[in-house]
Design a protein around this ligand. Structure first.
Ligand SMILES: Nc1ncnc2c1ncn2[C@@H]1O[C@H](COP(=O)(O)OP(=O)(O)OP(=O)(O)O)[C@@H](O)[C@H]1O
Ligand SMILES: [Mg+2]
Length: 294
């Protein structure tokens, strides 16, 4: 295509996921008050995620987190740059990536079990095997006894567990999660975080997890990639050297935890000036505090 720099279909890499020079530009239509213009949602994002790593993307509303995740799922195309999984360029959705989104996105006409088995049906896994796999994952997310319920009969936290079980059931090596716990209460959120860490430790998946919450990012991540908006830019990657396992421990109340949380908060506070006051941007200083979600 004219004007678009060609990117290779394959690259040599040890990383599970490579995000290479991703830029994403949206064309905004003319409105009553503004002329048509281009909006740079992401600018030159470079990122590598190691096999088995838990990487968290954190940043204020509008900094391009979902845009980047959509590109990783293959549901959206970048304006330039490319994403590689195991060295192969992502060109569309595929079952090597499990996706968990904020709004659960369950099929309302399917039971818990039928939701969990969805990807297995696409993969044409025989019925008996499907049943054994769904039993296993329904158990793993703590929903024994709910297999025949429909989504409208479940709480928000339970729906989220179904979404996680569905994404895990077809055994993708990569899990892409966009604010999966944003809609549940604080206590359920903490228990879902614990469960996710347990599952991650048991399965060795590579996880890329998007959140508004600095606290959630520090609790979960091996590394936290801090994004700042307008245009969405990768500000810094912070390594989280807290010991594991972190669930069932006093991780959240440790001094190190508080220190890292503060550091990320400061990175977001001291975002470049143009990031703070711009159309669409949430004024960073108002939007966050070291303890709150963004
Ligand atoms: N289809 C689109 N057309 C035009 N602009 C878009 C489109 N999708 C996203 N944007 C803009 O791109 C920017 C990044 O959006 P995105 O949804 O990726 O942000 P986000 O970091 O996920 O925010 P949030 O935390 O609120 O979910 C926003 O300013 C948004 O208005
Ligand atoms: Mg988003």
């Amino acid at each position: 295509m004219a004007g678009v720099v060609d990117v290779p279909q394959q690259i040599q890499t040890d990383a599970k996921i490579v995000v290479k020079a991703i830029t994403s530009v949206f064309h905004l239509k003319k409105t009553r008050t503004e002329p048509a213009r281009e909006f740079i949602a992401l600018k030159e994002i470079n990122l590598e995620v190691k096999k088995g790593e838990f990487l968290v993307l954190v940043g204020p509303s509008g900094c391009g987190k979902s845009t980047l995740l959509d590109i990783l799922t293959g549901l959206a195309q970048p304006t330039s740059g490319a994403v590689y999984i195991d060295g192969n360029k992502v060109t569309g959705p595929a079952l090597d990536r499990g996706i968990v989104l904020q709004g659960y996105a369950l099929f309302p006409w399917r039971t818990v079990r039928q939701n969990v088995e969805f990807g297995l049906e696409i993969k044409k896994v025989p019925k008996r095997e499907r049943r054994a796999i769904s039993d296993n994952f329904i158990h793993l997310v703590g929903l024994d006894g709910f297999a025949d319920r429909f989504p409208h009969e479940l709480s928000g936290g339970m729906k989220q567990r179904v979404a996680i079980a569905r994404a895990l059931a077809y055994d993708p090596e990569v899990l892409l999660m966009d604010e999966p716990f944003a809609a549940v209460d604080a206590q359920t959120r903490e228990s879902l975080q614990d469960e996710l860490l347990r599952i991650w430790e048991a399965t060795g998946k590579t996880i890329l997890f998007v959140t508004h919450s600095i606290e959630e990012a520090v609790f979960l991540g091996d590394r936290v990639a801090v994004l700042t908006p307008n245009p969405g830019t990768l500000r810094e990657i912070v390594k989280i050297d807290l010991p594991r396992p972190r669930h069932n421990s006093d991780t959240r109340s440790s001094a190190e935890f508080g220190w890292i949380r503060r550091k990320i908060w400061e990175l977001l506070q001291n975002a470049p000036h143009e990031s703070r006051h711009h159309l669409n941007a949430v004024p960073v200083a108002e939007a966050i505090s070291p303890t709150a979600s963004l």
